[in-house]
Design a protein around this ligand. Structure first.
Ligand code: 1GP
Length: 236
């Protein structure tokens, strides 16, 4: 049953904004899961676990520790097929549409299938689009692909639409973790107006103002990682 995507669709239709906290399993202390969860803002609706540079195979332990302590849906956000675990509720099945590296368009995805088939994970096809955030980020480095230029909104919009036409259930605009500049309101708004699937925005969002700007421009879900890692809980 596709409960997580169904709920995201319902929220998007009702214009109820969603906030996902991104957790890097390499930095997460599994014995402090409940303490961590107490500190996240009450507005948080989802937990994402993953990232491009997860190196120590801690994803499953991290997800299990979180699932033991929270009712929030836990979604995998994998940088590599080896990060997949059936302990989560759902998987953002990402294709890096901004790049032209077949490994991140279909290679990793094929490699993940044997593992996925042993799980009950809800698979959510997600068009993942890297937009230049003013700083080389892990996605760029790991995928060896260039981000799209914010000066070329037409290509960004067309990439998002190509994702939707290919059946992606979500479009995710990513400025990169720790981006200098988050995806601009202008780009969010242009993409939102063009697509009819829910829009996720992440990367470089560190203030209540930036969060609210992304929502006003049309983001249905915003993902925040670094600001929470730094205990800069701007919403608490
Ligand atoms: C999720 O990569 C982002 O899309 C997270 O970015 O760490 O800058 O919040 P931050």
């Amino acid at each position: 049953m596709s409960q997580v995507l169904t709920n995201i669709l319902k929220s998007a239709a009702a214009e109820e904004k969603l906030l996902a906290v991104l957790i890097d399993p390499d930095k997460f202390k599994t014995d402090s899961a409940s303490e961590f969860l107490r500190k996240i803002p009450r507005q948080a609706t989802h937990i994402l676990v993953g990232g491009s540079r997860v190196e120590n195979g801690r994803t499953e332990a991290c997800v299990k520790a979180l699932k033991a302590e929270t009712q929030l849906p836990v979604i995998l956000f994998p940088g590599d097929h080896s990060h997949i675990t059936g302990a989560a509720d759902a998987l953002f099945f990402l294709s890096l549409l901004s790049g032209r590296n077949p490994e991140f368009l279909i290679g990793q995805q094929v490699r993940s299938v044997n593992k996925i088939r042993q799980t009950q994970l809800e698979i959510i096809p997600t068009g993942y689009i890297l937009v230049d955030g003013g700083k080389e980020c892990a996605v760029h480095h790991v995928s060896q692909t260039s981000p799209l230029s914010p000066k070329d909104p037409e290509t960004i919009v067309n990439t998002a639409l190509a994702g939707e036409y290919s059946g992606k259930g979500l479009v995710y605009l990513e400025a990169g973790s720790g981006a200098k500049f988050p995806v601009s309101a202008q780009i969010i708004s242009l993409v939102k107006k063009a697509i009819s699937v829910p829009l996720i925005v992440g990367g470089g969002i560190r203030s209540a103002e930036a969060l609210s700007e992304a929502y006003t421009a049309g983001a249905d879900m915003v993902v925040v990682g670094t600001a929470f890692e730094n205990e800069d809980f701007f919403l608490s």
